[in-house]
Design a protein around this ligand. Structure first.
Ligand SMILES: Cc1cc2nc3c(=O)[nH]c(=O)nc-3n(C[C@H](O)[C@H](O)[C@H](O)COP(=O)(O)OP(=O)(O)OC[C@H]3O[C@@H](n4cnc5c(N)ncnc54)[C@H](O)[C@@H]3O)c2cc1C
Length: 396
C-alpha cells in the first residue's frame, strides 16, 4: 500500500468557511503556520450565499488585526426598521454614546475576501479534499488524514486541530458521544427564505402583523434575502413565486415592493444546538460545528468570527510562551458568549412571532398581547433599545 504524504504544521484547520479562513488568517497574522482543508471547490464556497451582517465587534476585530481591508467598501448597517401593522419605526437610531457600526457584507463576499487575503499572505489553503479523518486527538500530536485533489493520501501531524466544518462535519462527529452534552431546541417556527435580485432595503427590515412575520435584509446593493414565517411542514412547492411576492407585499405593507428574479428558496425550521464542551483533547470546535443559532438575530457568522479570534489568541499564547490558560478557557469563553446570543435570538424570535399572532409554545391571545407589549416597550424605551443595540452590535 502507498504510504501517505506526511507533513507537519502547528494547526490543521478542517473547513474553509468563515471560521476556518478567519482562524487561518488570524494565526498567520500572529506568526503561526496552519493548513486549511476544504472539501468544496473554491468557486462553490465563493458563491455560497448565507448570512449578510458583520457586527461592529467583528468589524473592530478585523481592523485591530490589520485585516480591515476584507471589509472595505461594504456599507454600514446599524438600524433596524420594525414595521408594526404597516407603521415603520427605526430601532437603535442615534442612541447617545453608542457609535458602534456594523457592516452589511454578504457571506460569500466575506469568504471571497478572506480567501484572497489568506492566499496573498502565503497561506496554505487546499480545496476539494475528501475522506477527512481526525486521529489521536487525546495526544500531544494529533493528525488529520485526507485524500487530496491529486487522489493521493495525505497525513498532517499538528499541535492542534481546529474543527471549522459545520454542524454535520467530521470534527464534531470525532468527539466521543459520552464526552459531549448536546443542548438542542426546536422553536416550532418554520421559515421560507427567498434570495432575489431585488433592490436592498435602506435598513434591515422586520415586519410584524396579523398575516405573520416577514423580513428583508440586504445581500449586496441589488439583492435581498427575505424571510416569511410559514406553516410547519411547508415545502418550496407550496410557495410558487406569485404567492411569495403577494405575501411579501402584504406582510411588508408595501404594494410597490420591487420584485426581481428569485434565485433560491428554502424552507427550514428555526433551531438551536450547542455542543458542550467546545474542545476535546487537542481538537477545538469553532462556529457551526459547535453551535447553531437561528438567523433571527444575524449571529451565526458573528459567533464563528468570535470563536476564531479566541482560538487564535489562545494558540498564540501557547506557542509564544507555553501559556495554556487560553486553550483551557477556550470552551468556557466561547460558550458564555454563545449562550448570551442564543438568549438574544430566542427573545427576538419569540417577540416578533408572538406579536404576529404566533406565540411560541402556545398561550393564545394573552401571550400574543404580552409580546406586543414587549415590542412596544422596545420601540419606545431608550433603555430597552440600548439592550437591543448592545446585542446587535456584538458589544453585549
Ligand atoms: C442556508 C443558510 C442560511 C443562513 N443564513 C444566515 C443568516 O441569514 N444570518 C446568519 O447570521 N447566519 C446565517 N446562516 C448561518 C451562517 O452561515 C453560519 O453560522 C456560518 O457560516 C458559520 O461559519 P462556519 O465557518 O462555522 O461554517 P461554514 O461557513 O458552514 O463553513 C464550514 C466549511 O466546512 C466545509 N466542510 C464540511 N465538512 C468538511 C470536511 N469533512 N472536510 C473539509 N471541509 C468540510 C464546508 O464545505 C464549509 O465550507 C445560514 C446558514 C445556512 C446553511
Amino acid at each position: 500500500m502507498t504510504q501517505p504524504l506526511r507533513e507537519s504544521t502547528t494547526v490543521a484547520i478542517v473547513g474553509g468557511g468563515v471560521s476556518g479562513l478567519t482562524a487561518g488568517l488570524l494565526l498567520r497574522s500572529r506568526g503561526i503556520d496552519a493548513i486549511v482543508l476544504e472539501q468544496q471547490t473554491r468557486a462553490h464556497v465563493e458563491q455560497r450565499q448565507r448570512a449578510g451582517l458583520v457586527e461592529y465587534r467583528a468589524v473592530r476585530m478585523f481592523e485591530q488585526c490589520g485585516l480591515g481591508g476584507v471589509l472595505r467598501g461594504f456599507p454600514a448597517n446599524n438600524y433596524l426598521e420594525v414595521r408594526v401593522d404597516g407603521r415603520s419605526r427605526l430601532l437603535a437610531e442615534d442612541l447617545p454614546g453608542l457609535a458602534a457600526v456594523g457592516k452589511s457584507v454578504p457571506q460569500q463576499a466575506l469568504v471571497r475576501g478572506l480567501i484572497a487575503a489568506l492566499l496573498a499572505d502565503g497561506g496554505d489553503l487546499r480545496f476539494e479534499v475528501t475522506d477527512v479523518a481526525l486521529r489521536d486527538l487525546d495526544s500531544d500530536r494529533p493528525a488529520v488524514t485526507y485524500t487530496g485533489q491529486d487522489g493521493r493520501a495525505h497525513e498532517i501531524s499538528c499541535d492542534f486541530v481546529a474543527g471549522c466544518d459545520g454542524d454535520r462535519g467530521v470534527s464534531a462527529a470525532s468527539v466521543p458521544a459520552d464526552a459531549l452534552t448536546v443542548h438542542s431546541y426546536d422553536y416550532g417556527i418554520w421559515w421560507l427564505t427567498v434570495l432575489a435580485d431585488a433592490p436592498a432595503p435602506k435598513h434591515a427590515l422586520m415586519a410584524v402583523g396579523e398575516r405573520g412575520y416577514a423580513a428583508q435584509f440586504a445581500r449586496g446593493p441589488n439583492a435581498s434575502r427575505f424571510y416569511l414565517h410559514c406553516a410547519e411542514g411547508d415545502t418550496v412547492a407550496d410557495w410558487p413565486h406569485e404567492r411569495i411576492w403577494a405575501e411579501l407585499k402584504s406582510r411588508l405593507h408595501q404594494p410597490d415592493l420591487p420584485a426581481g428574479p428569485i434565485t433560491a428558496t428554502e424552507v427550514f425550521p428555526l433551531r438551536s444546538l450547542i455542543r458542550e464542551p467546545m474542545s476535546h483533547g487537542r481538537l477545538f470546535l469553532l462556529g457551526d460545528s459547535a453551535h447553531i443559532i437561528p438567523p433571527m438575530g444575524a449571529k451565526g457568522m458573528n459567533l464563528a468570527l468570535f470563536d476564531a479570534e479566541v482560538f487564535a489568541s489562545a494558540v498564540r499564547d501557547f506557542t509564544a510562551s507555553g501559556d495554556e490558560s487560553g486553550l483551557r478557557a477556550y470552551s468556557a469563553t466561547c460558550l458564555e458568549r454563545t449562550w448570551r446570543y442564543q438568549e438574544y435570538s430566542n427573545w427576538l424570535a419569540e417577540m416578533m412571532h408572538g406579536a404576529s399572532g404566533f406565540p411560541v409554545g402556545g398561550g393564545g391571545s394573552f401571550r400574543e398581547r404580552i409580546m406586543r407589549a414587549r415590542l412596544e416597550r422596545l420601540l419606545s424605551s431608550e433603555t430597552a433599545a440600548r439592550y437591543y443595540a448592545e446585542m446587535f452590535t456584538g458589544l453585549g
